[in-house]
Design a protein around this ligand. Structure first.
Ligand code: MG
Length: 244
């Protein structure tokens, strides 16, 4: 069965990466909840998509330039009073559910990896007893390669951007995955044709999809039998999967 991951808590159904969206997702029959992490200036880990605050909060500037207290003083866009959550807080929302965490390790405003963020997040998940319930994802192949060495993670997925696919081609993408010991790739849904899926699987890679955000692409990914996809419309995706 194709697994469904509620992307940023289902961002077309609730404000992304917010307490509201995660409570919404916790009540759904999805297998995974996707969210994104960045570090704070005082060494905490928070859940937010962009490296900057401007789009999804009433704050401005880089997330990593603010302390947790400064971040907690902000309000998430589209909500009455939702605050940015820590990784620890998101873990607690899902601990008592059957839902697996799908944690995307983000990069900084310069698109560079944050030193130590992966290790710190792994440590926190392990301490919370949730490492075995976490699939790690990243657009950075070296970071996913690093995660291949982390014992106990449920899975690791390299999110392959369309730019990488264009620059490297399928053979180059496969070669990069092999170089980093990566076994699973996530492809942007519009780029994942039956031919692409077959070619990647032929190279021994597990294949998933992301940005599966309308009914037609949900149906297409189900028909392709991808292992997992992220979607901003989890409720619709669940209904379509039940009907398929
Ligand atoms: Mg993400």
């Amino acid at each position: 069965m194709t697994l469904i991951a509620s992307h940023r808590g289902g961002s077309l159904e609730a404000p992304e990466n917010s307490p509201t969206s995660f409570r919404h997702t916790a009540g759904l029959a999805v297998e995974q909840v996707e969210f994104d992490i960045h570090p704070t200036a005082d060494g905490q880990i928070v859940v937010i998509h962009d490296a900057t605050l401007d789009r999804t909060t009433n704050g401005k500037g880089p997330v990593a330039a603010k302390t947790l207290a400064e971040l907690k003083a902000l309000t998430i866009a589209g909500t009455e009073a939702d605050q940015i959550m820590t990784l620890a807080e998101v873990i607690e929302v899902f601990r008592s559910t059957a839902i697996t965490l799908r944690m995307e390790v983000k990069s900084d405003v310069e698109h560079q990896p944050y030193p130590g963020l992966l290790a710190q997040a792994v440590e926190q998940l392990r301490g919370a007893g949730m490492l075995e319930r976490t699939v790690l994802t990243s657009f950075l192949a070296p970071l996913v390669g690093e995660a291949m060495q982390v014992e106990g993670l449920l899975g690791r997925i390299w999110l392959v951007s369309p730019v990488i696919m264009d620059d490297c081609g399928l053979d180059g993408t496969i070669a990069a995955a092999e170089a980093y010991g990566i076994a699973h790739v996530g492809i942007r849904a519009p780029r994942l044709t039956a031919g692409v899926a077959e070619y990647l699987r032929g190279a021994g890679l597990g294949v998933g999809a992301w940005a599966v955000n309308d009914a037609q692409s949900v149906r297409r990914m189900l028909a392709l039998g991808v292992e997992v996809f992220t979607t901003d419309i989890p409720t619709t995706a669940l209904a379509l999967r039940s009907a398929s």
